[in-house]
Design a protein around this ligand. Structure first.
Ligand code: PLP
Length: 409
């Protein structure tokens, strides 16, 4: 028999969403006439913007005509989209990123998952706890961790994000090589300010570390002192890679398009001590393992930057932002402590009376017929917290919020 990659066997079963589905299904079977509303979903509920659909349709027609048909495209993405991204997300905001530093992909999930393969097995990785699980699990698969014990993998530097530190990760005392930061954060809904991020950039420069910055929820930022890009921070171009996605910005969760920025200045060290440009490595990786995002999808993504596309996608984001406010107000009316919502489509609440995350899940399901996600599913520091999302429809969100507001804790 073929030997397995032993590191896969260290992975913890992903029971979180299947356990939730089982509990919800059992409840619905026992109460067939009750409407259960999910505020647990991480997927969008509103359709693509009309301008995007029109661009997709037009691109489909092009693919059906010999004169405009396209086969394999450039692995890094078509120039029209890379230029639209550079202009629309960076240059227009006064941030220096050029089109040739942008790599278009089929998802931020695959990008953040794949990026770690550019690094040596022995590097030290730091990540937030609670965390978007992909950062952690892909490093486990790659063999960069020890065994799992008491909610933690050996060899990982966990950066606790709790009420005590306002969910802002503190600089590690030790040296770390790669730091995953997610802002606005999934699951806590908290965003790092320019000052917070400057400290991380300074740390990375001092320690010659690399920051992998996931800003998949950048479009949800409302506060002026929250940076939309890590490249707004002086010095970041030398030490940071940024990941963005059209999933939650423009409803592309099923259409699939994202991108990452690898500035020309970022370098890593070769065994002989010389430096290697990270951009070149990622280009090599992508051209070897990836054949690009469909032309049709890239035309759809380009339309997000047209005046109509912008107006339409922003209206959708505003409605999710409104959902987030409705949920967080309801939680406060019910006497709960709620965080997030202001710059993110996530609301992170502290479970009352010392309830653990799963007990709170059961209480919310049975008393309000509302489903959310137990915080402990995102890491040991998520115990005692609970995540609600703003992605359901306004109507269902309002109904769910009213039910929660009427609960007693
Ligand atoms: N990064 C974070 C923090 C996310 O929460 C998600 C999706 O839930 C992703 C990345 C994945 O994005 P994509 O749909 O582009 O793969």
């Amino acid at each position: 028999m073929t030997a397995v990659n032993p590191h896969y066997l260290k992975l913890q079963g992903s029971y979180l969403f299947s356990t939730i589905a089982q509990k919800v299904s059992a409840y619905k079977t026992a109460h067939p006439d009750e409407e259960v509303i999910s505020l647990g979903i991480g997927d969008v509920s509103q359709p693509l913007a009309p301008a995007v659909v029109e661009a997709l349709q037009h691109a489909c027609e092009e693919m059906g005509r010999a004169e405009t048909f396209r086969g394999y495209g450039p692995e890094q993405g078509y120039a029209f989209l890379r230029q639209a991204i550079a202009q629309g997300d960076y240059i227009s905001r006064g941030v220096s990123v050029s089109a040739d530093e942008i790599f278009v992909s089929d998802g931020a999930k695959s990008d953040v998952a794949n990026f770690q393969e550019l690094f040596d097995q022995t590097i030290c990785v730091a990540l937030q706890d609670p965390v978007y699980p992909v950062y952690l699990d892909t490093n486990v698969m790659a063999g960069r961790t020890g065994a799992y014990h008491n909610g933690r993998y050996g060899g990982i530097v966990y950066l606790p994000c709790t009420e005590e530190n306002h969910f802002v990760p503190q600089l590690p005392r030790e040296h770390v090589d790669v730091i995953y930061l997610c802002s606005p954060n999934n699951p806590t809904g908290t965003a790092l300010t320019k000052n917070d991020l400057q400290q991380w950039v300074d740390y990375a420069r001092e320690h010659q570390s690399l920051i992998l910055y996931d800003s998949a929820y950048e479009a949800y930022i409302t506060q002026a002192d929250i940076p939309h890009s890590i490249y707004e921070i002086p010095g970041a171009r030398q030490v940071a890679v940024e990941f963005r996605s059209f999933s939650k910005t423009a409803g592309f969760t099923g259409t699939r398009c994202a991108y990452c920025v690898v500035p020309q200045e970022v370098s890593v060290t070769a065994p002989d001590g010389t430096s290697v440009a990270l951009h070149q490595l990622w280009l090599r990786r992508q051209t070897t393992k990836f054949n690009g995002v469909p032309y049709i999808v890239q035309r759809g993504a380009e339309a997000v930057y047209s005046p109509q596309g912008r107006a339409q996608t922003q209206a959708i984001i505003r409605s999710y932002q409104q959902n987030a406010r409705v949920i967080s107000q309801a939680l406060r009316r019910a006497g709960l402590e709620a965080y997030g919502a202001e710059n993110a489509p996530y609301i992170w609440l502290k479970t009352p009376g010392g309830l653990d995350s799963w007990s709170f899940f059961d209480k919310l399901l049975t008393e309000a017929r509302v489903v959310g996600t137990p915080g402990v599913g995102f890491g040991a520091c998520g115990e005692g917290y609970f995540r609600l999302t703003a992605f359901n429809t306004p109507e269902k969100t309002k109904t769910a919020a009213a039910r929660i507001a009427a609960m007693t804790f």
